[in-house]
Design a protein around this ligand. Structure first.
Ligand SMILES: Nc1ccn([C@@H]2O[C@H](COP(=O)(O)OP(=O)(O)OP(=O)(O)O)[C@@H](O)[C@H]2O)c(=O)n1
Ligand SMILES: C[C@](O)(CO)[C@H](O)COP(=O)(O)O
Length: 245
C-alpha cells in the first residue's frame, strides 16, 4: 500500500528571549552540536518522515544552518530552509505554504508534523504514535498529563478556578495533522489574526487554530516528560541529561 507522505515543519525562527542568551537558544550547544541538530536528527532518522521544512530567524541563519548543520552532518531530508515570521503561528503559516509550493503534490495530500526546534528530545516512539493518530483522527498533539494542580487566575492574580487535574494535559509538539485540515485553518487565521489579537486571543499552538476555525476534534497523543521545550536556563542541563541517558 502506498505510504502516506509525511512532512515535518521544524520551527527555529524564534529569538529565545526567555533563555536570556546572546545567541538564540536553538543554536546553544550540547556536546559541541547545536540543539537544533538533535531536533533535526530525530526527523532525519524517522522512517515516517519524507521531507523537512526548516524555518529560521533570518537570511543569515539560513546560510548558518546550511554551513554548520545541514551540510556537515549530511541532512538529506531538509527540502527548504525559509525565514519564519514575527510570531510562531506566522512561521508555521510560512512553513505550510512552503509544503504546498516547494514539495511534490503528495505532500499536500499527506500528513504534516509541526514541531518546535527547541524540543530536541522528541523520540521515534512519539513520532510513530503521532503518525498513527494523525492517520486515524487527522489532528493530534503530543501531550502528557500534568503532575501539579493547575489554577486559572483572575486579572488580579488570584486563583479563580481549579480544573479537574485528571482532565488537564500539558501539550507538546509535534502537532500533527492531515495537511488540508491545518492549511485551511491557518489560511483563515491569516485573514483574521488582527481581529483575534484585538480580542486578546493568543494563538499559542497549532491545535488552537483547528479548534478556533473548525469543528474538528484534536486527539491528545501520548508524548513524554522528556520531550521538554528548552525555554529558560534551567531547561538546558535537563536536556543535556536526557540526551546522555
Ligand atoms: N516567531 C517564531 C517564534 C518561535 N518560533 C519557534 O517556535 C518554537 C517554540 O517557541 P518558543 O519556545 O517560544 O521560542 P522563542 O519564541 O524563541 O522563545 P521566547 O518566547 O523565549 O523568545 C521555538 O523552536 C522557536 O524557535 C518560530 O519558529 N518563530
Ligand atoms: C506549541 C507549544 O510548544 C505547545 O506547548 C507551546 O505553546 C509553544 O509556546 P511558545 O511560547 O511559542 O514556546
Amino acid at each position: 500500500m502506498k505510504k502516506t507522505f509525511c512532512t515535518a515543519i521544524v520551527l527555529a525562527a524564534g529569538s529565545g528571549k526567555r533563555m536570556g542568551t546572546k545567541i538564540a537558544k536553538q543554536y546553544l550547544e550540547i556536546d559541541g552540536k547545536p540543539l537544533l541538530y538533535y531536533t533535526l536528527l530525530a526527523f532525519e532518522r524517522s522512517p515516517q518522515i519524507d521531507k523537512i521544512i526548516l524555518t529560521v530567524g533570518s537570511e543569515e541563519q539560513i546560510s548558518y544552518c546550511q554551513e554548520t548543520i545541514l551540510r556537515p552532518y549530511g541532512f538529506q531530508k531538509v527540502a527548504s530552509v525559509i525565514t519564519g515570521g514575527k510570531e510562531r503561528y506566522d512561521s508555521v503559516w510560512r512553513g505550510l505554504q512552503a509544503v504546498r509550493n516547494d514539495l511534490p503534490k503528495e505532500a499536500a495530500e499527506g500528513i504534516v508534523f509541526i514541531h518546535d526546534g527547541a524540543r530536541p528530545m522528541v523520540s521515534e516512539d512519539i513520532l510513530e504514535r503521532c503518525f498513527q493518530d494523525a492517520q486515524k483522527y487527522h489532528a493530534c498533539v503530543a501531550a502528557v498529563p500534568v503532575k501539579d494542580t493547575i489554577k486559572i487566575a483572575d486579572e488580579n492574580g488570584f486563583a479563580e478556578t481549579t480544573p479537574r487535574r485528571d482532565r488537564v494535559w500539558q501539550v507538546q509538539t509535534p502537532q500533527t495533522f492531515s495537511f488540508g485540515l491545518i492549511y485551511d485553518a491557518y489560511a483563515r487565521l491569516a485573514e483574521q489574526k488582527d481581529a483575534l489579537a484585538e480580542k486578546g486571543i493568543q494563538i499559542t499552538d497549532d491545535a488552537m487554530v483547528v479548534e478556533t476555525f473548525t469543528d474538528h476534534p484534536v486527539k491528545l497523543t501520548e508524548g513524554s516528560y522528556r520531550n521538554l521545550k528548552v525555554t529558560t536556563p534551567e531547561d538546558l542541563p535537563l536536556a543535556e541529561k536526557y540526551l546522555h541517558s
